[in-house]
Design a protein around this ligand. Structure first.
Ligand code: PLP
Ligand code: SF4
Length: 412
């Protein structure tokens, strides 16, 4: 058998109706907060102040809590805090136990079930930190952790050891030491601000940090990793965008996992960032019952393009302690990649990566498009599962015979 498993085209079974319904843009609405004045609802600080962060706040809003969720909520403050902005809470469908937003946000008792191969620091970040809060794993770029706070907390967070400070890790960024390391390390040409969420800072605080980074001559490229455009689109004010655009080249990577997260509010916020000339990328995590299915992922990728965001990475979920119930499988990720490449716009196809457990960094994982490679030819498989030969003389000179398609039977 030439194609082990399904031919590539068999997965292209997404119905256009299912796709289009997932891609519809809707407002998150006002839900329980219909009486809150517009000026407060649209104020990001109001949204933060009114987050759902305890059982007493959650229960009246989500009376359908299951025993598993109830147990999780009660234990959340010893593991990773519970917090959901009112805006984002409105995306939960209370009648659906498997609602993809609910799955990402509401703690479950399974978070306390830990397997021996799971870890608190699955990417070995702490070991690769020359100074606290700065991860220098790759030769020319650093991950700069600026805070341990987020607008809302994702139950699968790879940095839950420090994010929200529920475990008492007590992370405090020390900008002077972090900046000093970058100043003294000319190899660092790319700085990725993350955390926690850098956009939780005030405009002023962020501006101070960006100014100091831009003053370092060898820092060519700055990016911000943030989920705030999704959790708190109210934060993306015109003032913030006007400030950020003074620090170009500045890229932003957002984090969006399900097409429902892309509301009309989010589309407008992303439009403001894009209008400020900020190239936008997206990082998704492959999550069970959220996006481990081709139709959902394809809708997400296409909808991101409509929001002017280029899909960048799909991450295999890290082996974070207590995340087994949330993780999709590498096999599912590969099937999704097969179903995207060639079947939709190339810009809508991200790179699927596994962050190698223990600190190996991001490893790209791809379906097999190169079936074999010899001294004189490469055998290729296209998105439909058809096989092609690309002749190539060992000395690199052009070969006499043109490429031809090989019948599958010739290869078996
Ligand atoms: C992901 C990551 C980066 C950025 O990697 P890119 O592939 O350039 O996006 C840098 N440092 C660390 C530690 C990372 O985990
Ligand atoms: S936004 Fe990012 S850092 Fe914050 S909880 Fe979610 S995954 Fe973790």
């Amino acid at each position: 058998m030439l194609n082990n498993g399904l031919p590539l085209s068999a997965k292209d079974s997404t119905s256009i109706d299912a796709l289009n319904s997932l891609k519809e843009f809707k407002s998150a609405g006002r839900g329980f907060w219909a009486n809150v004045p517009e000026s407060e609802w649209n104020d990001w600080r109001w949204q933060l102040k009114n987050r759902i962060s305890s059982m007493s706040k959650l229960e009246p809003l989500l009376p359908t809590l299951t025993p598993e969720e109830r147990g999780g909520v009660l234990l959340a403050n010893t593991k990773l805090a519970l917090a959901i902005t009112p805006y984002f809470f409105n995306l939960i469908d209370p009648s659906d136990e498997n609602c993809p937003i609910r799955t990402q946000m509401i703690p479950r008792i399974e978070e306390t079930h830990t397997a021996s191969w799971e870890m608190l620091d699955p990417c070995g970040e702490d070991e690769h930190s020359p100074v606290p809060g700065l991860v220098h794993r790759y030769p020319d770029r650093v991950l700069f952790l600026v805070t341990d706070r987020c607008a809302a907390y994702c139950r699968y967070c790879t940095r839950s050891r420090l994010v929200s400070n529920a475990t008492g890790y007590d992370f405090h960024a020390d900008f002077e030491r972090q900046l000093d390391y970058i100043r003294k390390t000319p190899a660092v040409r790319d700085v990725l601000l993350s955390g926690g969420d850098p956009l939780l800072f005030s405009d002023h605080k962020l501006e101070m940090l960006l100014t100091q980074l831009r003053a370092i001559p060898h820092v060519e490229f700055i990016r911000i990793g943030t989920r705030i455009p999704i959790f708190l689109p109210q934060r993306i004010t015109v003032e913030l965008c006007a400030m950020l655009k003074r620090f170009h080249p500045l890229f932003i990577s957002i984090h969006c996992n399900h097409p429902r997260e892309l509301t009309t509010e989010v589309r407008e916020a992303l439009g403001r960032l894009a209008d400020a000339g900020i190239p936008l990328g997206n990082q998704s995590v492959l999550l069970r019952n959220v996006n481990n299915e081709l139709t959902v992922m394809k809708a997400l990728m296409q909808k991101l393009l409509m929001c002017r965001v280029r899909p960048y990475y799909i991450y295999q979920c890290d082996l974070i302690s207590g995340s087994a119930h949330l993780r999709g499988s590498v096999r599912e990720g590969l099937e999704i990649m097969k179903g995207l490449r060639g079947h939709t716009t190339g810009y809508a196809v991200p790179q699927f990566v596994v962050d190698a457990p223990g600190g190996g960094g991001k490893v790209p994982v791809n379906p097999d498009y190169v079936l074999s490679r010899n001294a004189d030819r490469v055998i290729l498989r296209n998105f439909e599962g058809k096989v092609f030969e690309y002749p190539e003389a060992a000395d690199g000179l052009p070969v006499a015979s043109p490429p031809k398609m090989i019948e599958e039977t010739e290869l078996v």
